[in-house]
Design a protein around this ligand. Structure first.
Ligand SMILES: NC(=O)c1ccc[n+]([C@@H]2O[C@H](COP(=O)([O-])OP(=O)(O)OC[C@H]3O[C@@H](n4cnc5c(N)ncnc54)[C@H](OP(=O)(O)O)[C@@H]3O)[C@@H](O)[C@H]2O)c1
Length: 331
């Protein structure tokens, strides 16, 4: 089998490190791994398959000779350097929001729309973390019953804001003044209903991403989606309270069985034993965990569920590596 040369742009970040870990765990045929970051981390090393590999400075020229580049260094870096990588015949899998809504760029969650991987023009976008776990849980219900409307409220981990987010919480918990702040308010012992910037309609960009990315991935502009996104002082994963109005009548046990059989979903739903998904159970796992599945009697064909996933894994690194795997295997 051909071995692939893979660059990771943003290799020293929370997501970049996890990408390298998942590339190793899934044993992708990597002949050369090139970790790239800013001058701040250049010269440090990253461990991959028992070797210490030196981190290099991210420049356009660094992509020469690479086959695939996983980008996870923020939107500005992606906008500047992804086209440079593509010019050098590298396929970019971009974890930032820079190209997600570009009509020429596929936005892929393999459990939902894996074939879109092959429709790329050099760039494939990885969706937002809170969107990925949502669509993995929605897709099986969409296929069986159709979906009219989704109301989602998120409870998002501080690691969604990268190294700075985790550092702020850890400092506040020790009663230290954080060196770096990622949030506009104290996050320890708090809940902040504000993720990313505010838009003209007073929603946030994170909420906008969930609405628009869900429609694009599900390939259905008619699904009504509304979201409220909240940052909470949790390290290990994002949680979502999801209310879905299906188009067809359903039997709750059939619906639960459909979720249980779905790729990438683990159902934990045993209220009698206090068993339901929680971020500490999802941490460092690849699946999307679904529980608290119950009928919503206040709307026609309504169902409530609680959806949890590790934002650094399925919400970012694992999904990107799965896309690379589909590309490499050609199916
Ligand atoms: N965290 C999540 O749950 C999550 C989920 C989905 C998507 N994302 C997206 O993934 C990206 C990275 O997130 P993260 O959480 O890993 O952030 P992070 O922990 O802050 O890491 C950022 C990475 O980008 C590098 N970087 C920053 N500016 C750079 C520059 N000018 N040139 C080269 N490298 C640069 C950093 O290198 P240095 O070490 O040199 O500073 C570091 O490797 C963001 O676009 C984010 O929106 C994150």
């Amino acid at each position: 089998m051909k071995s692939w040369k893979i660059a990771v742009a943003g290799a020293t970040g929370l997501v970049g490190r996890k990408m390298i870990q998942v590339l190793e765990e899934r044993n992708l045929p990597v002949g050369k791994l090139l970790p790239l970051a800013s001058e701040r981390s250049a010269g440090t090393t990253i461990s991959f398959k028992g070797e210490q590999i030196k981190v290099e400075i991210l420049t356009a020229a660094a992509f020469k000779g690479m086959d695939i580049a996983l980008f996870s260094a923020g939107g500005a870096v992606s906008k500047g350097f992804a086209p440079e990588a593509v010019k050098r015949k590298v396929v970019v899998i971009d974890n930032s929001s820079a190209f997600r809504m570009d009509k020429k760029v596929p936005l892929v969650v393999p459990e939902v729309n894996r074939k879109k991987v092959f429709r790329h023009n050099g760039i494939i976008a990885n969706p937002n973390c809170s969107t990925i776990q949502l669509v993995v849980a929605l897709k099986p219900l969409y296929d069986k019953y159709g979906i009219k409307r989704v109301v989602v409220s998120t409870y998002q981990s501080v690691t969604g804001a990268g190294k700075k987010g985790a550092a702020q919480l850890e400092a506040e918990l020790k009663n230290h003044t954080p060196e770096m702040t990622a949030f506009p308010h104290q996050i320890a012992f708090n809940a902040i209903p504000h993720i990313d910037v505010f838009m003209d309609d007073d929603s946030t960009k994170e909420e906008w991403k969930i609405v628009n990315e869900t429609k694009k991935i599900m390939n259905d502009e008619d699904i009504e989606v509304t979201a409220t996104c909240v940052r909470i002082p949790v390290l290990g994963g994002h949680s979502e309270a999801v209310n879905v109005q299906l188009r067809k009548k359903f039997d709750i046990e059939d619906l639960r069985a459909i979720l249980k059989e779905s790729d990438g979903v683990t159902v934990i739903d045993d209220p009698a034993s206090n068993r339901y998904p929680m971020p500490i159970l999802a941490e460092d796992k690849d699946d999307v965990f679904v529980g608290r599945i119950r009928r919503d009697p206040t709307i026609e064909n309504g169902v409530n569920m609680w959806v949890v996933s590790d934002n650094l894994r399925k919400g970012a690194a694992t999904n990107a590596v799965q896309i690379a795997d589909v590309l490499i295997r050609g199916k």
